[in-house]
Design a protein. Sequence first.
Length: 585
Amino acid sequence: MINIKENERLSIMNHSCAHLLAQAVKHLYPNALFWVGPVIEEGFYYDIDLGDEVIKEEDLARIEKEMKKLAKDGKRIVRSELTKEEALEKFKDDPYKIDLISRMDESDTVISCYTQGDFTDLCRGPHVESVKELKYFKLIKFSGAYWKGDAKNKMLQRIYGVCFETLEELNNYLKELEEAKERDHRKIGKDLEIFMSHDLVGKGMPLWLPNGAIIRKQLENYIYEKEQKMGYMHVYTPCVGTVDLYKTSGHWDHYKENMFPSMKVDDEEFVLRPMNCPHHMLIYGNKLHSYRELPIRIGEFATDFRYEASGAVKGLERVRCMCQNDAHLFVRPDQIGEEFKKVVSLILDVYKDFGIQNYKFRLSLRDKEDKEKYFDDDEMWNMAEDKLREVLNELGCKYYEAVGEAAFYGPKLDVEVKPAVGPEVTLSTCQLDFLLPRRFGLSYIDKNGEKQVPVVLHRAIFGTFDRFSAFIIEETKGAFPLWLSPTQINIIPVNPEFHLDYANEIYDLLKSECIRVDLDSRNEKLSYRMRESQTRKIPYSLILGDQEKENKTISYRKHGEQLTTTVTIAEFLTLIHNEIDLKQR
Ligand code: TSB
Ligand code: ZN
């Protein structure tokens, strides 16, 4: 889908369209006040204070109609410049604009306004010359949005829209949008009963339904096996820690705004953990280690809690309660390259299995000039950054460098993917850390019997099971590969009256082979039940009738295919098991 923000002409048009929206809203709601109306990847939005009014679906059409009328009217868009004083005077009755203007630095910004007919807005511009140029636009959706994104502030009404140069572009975009909506994991997750949420549990706290739980368990088994083969040791640790633990790690000082508030129990003060590193540091520190033992790889499927803004939480993709596929790898400095290579190879291996092709590697490095922001050990930084680059080149990975984006404690590699709806997110991550082991006083004994500090690699291949599931739901559009599918096989007796006994026989056999199987013996037409099997995206539908019963065979149809194939029971079992074992899409 086109990124409007990156296209200069479209960016200007969309920005002007946001003003047109505001003007139309002002006509229909004379008391409306306006906060900000930026251009985003998908078009534009405007945050509006409508007093107690809440925008409803039918209002969008009304507003759009008014916008069309105004656009046809064709007023010119005129720029004017003001001093800060004049701007404060001009907008004195508008607390939102006063807030914006007060924070502007007069010396290096010109305060500008744009006027079209009876509407003036504070704005940096630029804009199209006349609203007449805005012909092909559409209001897409609306939502509530707290002023400045802070839940303590008033909830404003946010209206989203998009504008193009031609009707064809607009129509194409709307079609893509429709397809993306169909692919949205929130829709599929509901339709296929994968997860739900409930106000009584809370925002960003999804409940995994039985189908979702199967997917998650399969993902856990899959990655557990891979990690075990690579020498990881898995642990279980509590999803709380004391405030002192997070003071030791530094999270209390640097990550507090992403954490749930603390709670007191007896004489201890706990927090729900946002990360698992501190617990794993303590596990490493529980024993003395020799240089020969390293790397030590501590893995955990660990539940974390993070305070994500309520407007940012999204299905399984961005949650407040998540489960990381986490591990902390304790290595000697000379092992950084080799261990990093193993992590990247694992990422590539997993992505290949899941058929994930559209992703970007982002290598975050320090800004050498910025001595304040980064942990002070130039030699270590240089060595580590060179190693990371070297490994990525060696593995033939395309990546881009983000200078100045490294964490204080070390460089990192993130894998970014694009969800069906909304901006890119990070899936896998691998972060080097020179600092945390020091904060926890960790060491190993080197060749000469001296104490040395290990380096830690924080890594999550799936990221979280939550986000990865969201992504894989969208990648597959809910048609999961056989090994991952909640229901793998649906048995449909042609006529339940005559074929149920044979259907039951096959059902029991498949169950005994640990295959997840359903039997649809409802008294409905075969075609109806077949269609439903398709809608449920079940990989195999078995059609068992006279022929099959008599010859002890199985006729099957794969999801999305029209072809029916008949095989013996033994052949079918081999086929199914092979496909499951391959674990591929
Ligand atoms: C990898 N301490 C490291 C860990 O050892 C860590 O927590 N890194 S993280 O902050 O980047 O989170 C790991 C992964 O969790 C991210 O790459 C991302 O894929 C996933 N993630 C982060 N926030 C959320 C969220 N709110 N909802 C779902 N998944 C999330
Ligand atoms: Zn970590």
